[in-house]
Ligand binder design. Structure first.
Ligand code: CP
Length: 301
């Protein structure tokens, strides 16, 4: 494994090895040494969790970071191409983490530079490190990844976290419920892959009565920034609000996950229930990203 661009690039055994290393790092059984290593964190789109957890992950293992939020202040503002920007930064750093609004940007980066590239989110396409920490969170709370009933709720069309998570979980015999407004359903190319792999899924527009059937409810934000027409966003915003009533009858072990940020799709009253797990989920991003950084930097030596 040289880069992480899409969950489709990872074999199940590679995924499980990363999760095991993350578990060992979190339990302090191992501590990879990244001293002398430098990661460039190039965030062309806003981020709180992904950016800061990569930064934390590097620094807590003794490494260092170069950090960029938006292209302001760089020579991209003078018209420098993305390829030239990336080639230049690869002269300084050992690894690049990139987030961009452009689908395929991370794959392109991996084609034009020689150091490892991690996709930290490319438009509405993929967010593989989020999927890894989601798998880690699911295994931690459910004790396994296999044979789980999982609902993905919200914007499944533009939701890159949902795309990556579904591809990652498809290898573990899930039963999926995809809950979205009609026009924000899971893309056909992902549904076709699920059909070809014999994965069970159903498509719903309502959350009513669903919680009691689930092991995991994975809620996502309706993303205003992905809509070309603001009126279309207005029609669907606030269409799902998970509250205590939504969770009535849920198993004790059922957990509500959300990649965050949330707007109003999970009511604050859920935060104090045993089902809420989204802030611990964000915490899990650090050991998972430490495991990935250590693996890619070791492979690149
Ligand atoms: N989950 C996630 O990608 O959050 P940020 O946009 O804050 O990085």
């Amino acid at each position: 494994m040289k880069n992480l661009i899409s969950m489709r690039d990872l074999a199940p055994q590679e995924t499980l090895a990363l999760l095991q290393l993350a578990e060992d790092i979190e339990a302090k059984r191992v501590r990879p040494d990244l001293s002398g290593r430098l990661a460039a964190l190039l965030f062309f789109e806003p981020s709180t969790r992904t950016h800061f957890s990569f930064d934390t992950a590097m620094k807590r293992l003794g490494g260092q970071t170069l950090s960029m939020s938006g292209s302001g202040g760089t020579s991209a503002q003078k018209g420098e191409s993305l390829a030239d920007t990336l080639k230049t930064i690869s002269m300084y750093a050992d690894l690049i983490v990139i987030r961009s609004a452009i689908e395929g940007a991370a794959r392109y980066a991996a084609e034009v530079i020689d150091i490892p590239v991690i996709n930290a989110g490319d438009g509405a396409n993929q967010h593989p490190t989020q999927a890894l920490l989601d798998l880690y969170s699911i295994r931690k709370t459910q004790g396994r990844l296999e044979d789980l009933s999982i609902a993905l709720v919200g914007d499944l069309k533009f939701g890159r976290t949902a795309h990556s998570l579904v591809q990652a979980l498809a290898r573990f015999r899930p039963r999926f419920s995809f809950v979205s407004p009609e026009h924000l359903g899971m893309p056909y190319y992902i549904l076709e892959d699920l059909q070809a792999a014999g994965v069970s899924y159903r498509q719903l527009t309502s959350l009513d009565g669903l919680a009691c059937e689930l092991d995991v409810m994975y809620v996502t934000r309706i993303q205003r920034e992905r809509f070309a027409d603001p009126e279309e966003y207005e029609k669907v915003k606030g269409c799902y609000v998970v509250n205590r009533a939504t969770l009535a009858g849920a198993r004790e072990s059922m957990r509500v996950l959300h990649p965050l940020p949330r707007v109003n799709e999970i009511a604050a009253e859920v935060d104090t229930t045993r089902h809420a797990y989204y802030f611990q989920q964000a915490h899990n991003g650090v050991p998972v990203r430490q495991a990935l950084l250590a693996t890619l930097l070791e492979a690149a030596e």
